[in-house]
Design a protein around this ligand. Structure first.
Ligand code: CP
Length: 305
């Protein structure tokens, strides 16, 4: 039995197979429509979500399986004090696979240790969001044809943004990737990440002004400021509109630069940018369904001929 806690749980060869499968699902959805008949996915979400929970539910439904779960801790027995370990033991009696989101770092890992079924980390606090990373990598690979040899700018809340941490972890395994971290001083990428990049001799820069680096980017990964992880409302208000990507900034970028965003967006990408052919974030959300379908099949060991 296999879980997914971190994008590094899969080798790059395994990721290639997963993305090939996701692309085949995109091209031939009917072939997979009954692949999970009789199987049940549990979505245990202790934190709010639109994309991750509903794309998992859509993925399992499109595979012919069924879905149970809860979308908020208050409607589960966590509100009565039940531990994650006990909850997953119970869920293991009801479902074949579980996607779990939790505000505490490491909670899905604790669940996986006690689980009788595969557990997928659907986001744990400010730590990791591996299925978002699978979505991001599939989007880049499908739209650019490769996962190596590019300069990626990551902009916004690089301190609390778990999608950023997971994506960096995953990209360092590919050749000739250069990172440009664009953030206010208070929201810089954590030291453990820059230490890891230095140890692996992977080039990176940290800058504050987005305009200065736009022309050199092959990809721009925008993120929102993570309100729910701030200790103090005043700091959030001061930083929330620090970056706004608009058409004037897009005019500085390469003609084929992709704009990615895990979403939800608040104000950090102006809606006028949505019309720009380089804006890939809604397409990215669509890839999230294909890659989660591929992941469910892979973790359940189901092969479709
Ligand atoms: N990208 C993402 O995790 O979105 P949700 O919080 O809506 O699931």
């Amino acid at each position: 039995m296999r879980h997914l806690m971190n994008p590094l749980d899969f080798t790059t060869e395994e990721l290639d197979k997963l993305f090939d499968l996701a692309n085949d699902i995109e091209q031939n959805p009917a072939k997979y429509a009954h692949a999970c008949e009789g199987k049940i996915l549990a979505t245990c979400f202790y934190e709010p979500s639109t994309r991750t929970r509903l794309s998992f539910e859509s993925a399992m439904t499109r595979l012919g399986g069924r879905v149970i779960g809860f979308s908020d801790a208050a409607s589960s027995s966590a509100s009565k004090g039940e531990s994650v370990s006990d909850t997953i033991r119970i869920i293991s009696c009801y479902a074949d696979i579980c996607a779990m989101r939790h505000p505490k770092e490491g909670a899905p890992m604790v669940a996986a240790e006690k689980s009788g079924i595969p557990v997928i980390n659907a986001g744990d606090g400010g730590h990791q969001h591996p299925t978002q990373t699978l979505t991001d990598l599939l989007t880049i690979r499908s739209m650019k044809g490769r996962l190596d040899h590019f300069t990626i700018g990551l902009c916004g809340d690089l301190k609390f943004g778990r999608t950023v941490h997971s994506l960096i972890d995953a990209l360092v395994r590919y050749e000739n990737i250069r990172f440009i971290f664009i953030s206010p001083e208070e929201l810089r990428v954590p030291d453990y990440i820059t230490e890891m990049l230095r140890a692996r001799k992977i080039p990176y820069e940290e800058v504050i002004r987005l305009e200065d680096v736009m022309p050199s980017l092959d990809m721009l990964y925008m993120t929102r400021v993570q309100k729910e992880r701030f200790f103090n409302e005043e700091d959030y208000i001061r930083l929330k509109d620090f970056y706004v990507l608009d058409t004037a900034k897009m005019a500085l970028a390469k003609e084929d630069m992709l704009v990615l965003h895990p979403l939800p967006r608040v104000n950090e990408i102006s809606v006028e940018v949505d019309q720009d052919p380089r804006a890939a974030y809604f397409k990215q959300a669509q890839y999230g369904v294909y890659v989660r379908m591929a992941l469910i099949l892979t973790l359940l060991g189901i092969q479709v001929q």
